[in-house]
Ligand binder design. Structure first.
Ligand code: SGN
Ligand code: CA
Length: 551
């Protein structure tokens, strides 16, 4: 593979700019290694010191935090994969980049930061889960999964596959790592690089690597304090969702237990495309789990707890391989003298519920999915072991990378560079609030539309929109025959997944200092009038300034 000379036809202006840059400036421009997993909860990273992370250590990810900075207030703007990736690549909010929902698409005419880096002389690579429409723009090398990808023997496409997806044998996390290292090996070493490594894991349905099967089987994970949340004091959205471990986590697809005893146990009911060796090892492991469950099936609360334990064991085993992969990449940088001049980022496309409020999945503006893990190291520029408590958002990555590369941020790019925070001291004129907006209803998990603001201490959320099938009227793509949204909507109606729900328009307010677990909605309660007015004003300011057209 030789990608160093591909896509190198630079516009004249960029060439002129590159030519005027002195050698010293060129040398100073850091490499960027951006590693992003899919659905990795900060609770499952030991550097964050949560009970789950402490029982399932991630030493390699922790090393980035230890030799760099841990961000404790890193948020997404729209807690869902493709929307989050669109924020990342454009530095724009969802309504500005076009990707409000999962299935229908980013406005591909928008500038991707990768195009600007490439023009400025960076060698750019994108490996793994792309999950956006079209071909990755601005990448000298890309090697991407189809859609969500699969854990075993996934298909990839790249510049060298003629637009076709080609199956590769192995486990997604390690294949992605191998391709990342291939990029590093074969890059043009006279140029700085920006490499994006996007893992499929630990996305649902959490199939472990052969080498790690059963890794956490002897560990019992503590239930989160909010596991039995009954949503008292909250609006209907918390009750009409379909992401409850007890009620909605699937025995077969998610937990690999076949409760239909009349048929033979078959892996293909929850994982496909395995070779013989993979089949044998996974079969023995999951069949034993299924048999043991069926021998004495728990019910009620005990069933929910059984599901939680097995969900966490699978999820964390899958993360164990991710941590391994991070270790491999750090080792490569170290052995090639690249750690000195590389910004290394580890993050996730959003957070995830590990049983908080009884849930799995994400989407809601409540902390565990709004917040995403973020650690960064950049030797000599970020103090070791530092912690940043200022509010950052995924629209800030593009401006940060441009800033480090010495490229001017396009005026229309909304995020702001994180570089001033690298010093590790409080930046006074930093943002004091963030705006969030989730649009993807009615679809998987039936999370209602909402937008809101979060400040250091408070969170105001506005839930809105028509319920059940009536919501199709408000969903541009679901109304459009031929789109994926239209087709999946009709399938969900036919299968009975979409159930009727009320039209809604209500607010919730949380005082995160008094109620960090977000169990007590205090909207409308005595004593909160003033802060409610202030937050409402802030929300209105965002909506006006950003020209939000639905809420
Ligand atoms: C799939 C999952 C959902 C998940 C979405 C979005 N179902 O539809 O649980 O919310 O992806 O995830 S699955 O049974 O197919 O795994 S995202 O990370 O891409 O946003
Ligand atoms: Ca995701």
């Amino acid at each position: 593979m030789d990608f160093s000379t591909r896509n190198m036809i630079l516009p004249i202006a960029a060439l002129a700019c590159a030519a005027t840059r002195t050698d010293a400036q060129q040398a100073q421009r850091p490499n960027i290694l951006y590693i992003m997993s899919d659905d990795h909860a900060y609770q499952a990273i030991s550097a964050y010191n949560d009970p789950v992370g402490r029982l399932a250590p991630t030493p390699n990810i922790d090393r980035i935090a230890r030799q760099g900075m841990r961000f404790d207030q890193a948020f997404v703007e729209n807690s869902l994969s493709a929307p989050s990736r669109a924020c990342l690549i454009t530095g724009l909010y969802s309504h500005q980049n076009g990707q409000r929902q999962l299935a229908e698409g980013i406005d591909t005419t928008k500038t991707y930061f990768s195009e600007l880096l490439q023009r400025a002389g960076y060698q750019t690579g994108m490996v793994g889960k792309w999950h956006l429409d079209g071909t990755p723009k601005g990448f000298d090398y890309y090697h991407i999964l189809n859609d969500q990808g699969t854990y075993y023997n996934p298909v990839f496409r790249g510049q060298d596959t003629n637009g076709k997806y080609i199956r590769e044998e192995g486990y997604a996390t390690y294949l992605i790592t191998d391709h990342a290292i291939e990029f590093l090996e074969q890059r043009d070493k006279d140029k700085p690089f920006c490499l994006m490594v996007h893992h499929k894991a630990p996305h649902r349905n959490w199939i472990p690597a052969l080498r790690h099967i059963g890794y956490y089987d002897k560990v019992n994970f503590p239930l989160p304090a909010t596991f039995w949340d009954n949503y008292e004091s909250r609006g209907s959205a918390t009750r009409t969702q379909k992401m409850h471990i007890g009620d909605h986590m699937e025995m077969l697809n998610d937990l690999k237990v076949d409760t239909v005893k009349s048929r033979p146990y078959h892996l293909s009911r929850f994982v496909g495309g395995l070779n013989q060796n993979q089949t044998e090892l996974l079969y023995d492991y999951f069949k034993a789990r299924s048999d043991s469950f069926n021998a004495a099936p728990p019910t009620g609360h005990a069933l929910a707890e059984w599901k939680y334990q097995h969900y966490l064991r699978d999820y964390l085993t899958v993360i164990h391989s991710i941590d391994d992969s991070v270790g491999q990449l750090l080792k490569y940088l170290e052995e090639h003298g690249l750690l000195e001049n590389t910004l290394v980022v580890y993050t996730s496309d959003q957070g995830f519920y590990l049983g908080e409020h009884g849930w799995f999945d994400k989407r809601f503006m409540y902390e565990e999915s709004l917040r995403t893990p973020l650690v960064m190291m950049y030797k000599g520029h970020i103090p070791e072991g530092s912690v940043c408590r200022q509010m950052v958002q995924n629209i800030d990555f593009a401006p940060t990378f441009l800033n480090l590369a010495g490229v001017a941020q396009p005026e229309e790019m909304t995020g702001r560079p994180l570089t001033p925070l690298f010093a590790g001291t409080e930046v006074k004129d930093w943002r004091k609030s963030i705006y969030y907006h989730y649009y993807d209803y009615p679809t998987w998990h039936l999370t209602r539309k909402h937008d809101g603001v979060r400040t250091e201490r408070y969170k105001l959320i506005h839930f809105y929109g028509k319920g059940g099938t009536r919501a199709q009227q408000e969903n541009k793509y679901q109304r459009m025959p031929g789109t994926r949204e239209y087709n999946s909507f009709n399938w969900m109606v036919k299968s009975g997944y979409i159930v009727d729900a009320p039209d809604i328009d209500y607010m919730e307010l949380y005082d995160l200092e008094k109620d960090p677990l977000e169990l007590h909605n205090v909207y409308g309660q005595k004593g909160y009038e003033k802060i409610t007015r202030q937050l409402q004003k802030e929300l209105t300011r965002y909506r006006e300034q950003l020209q939000i057209d639905e809420f």
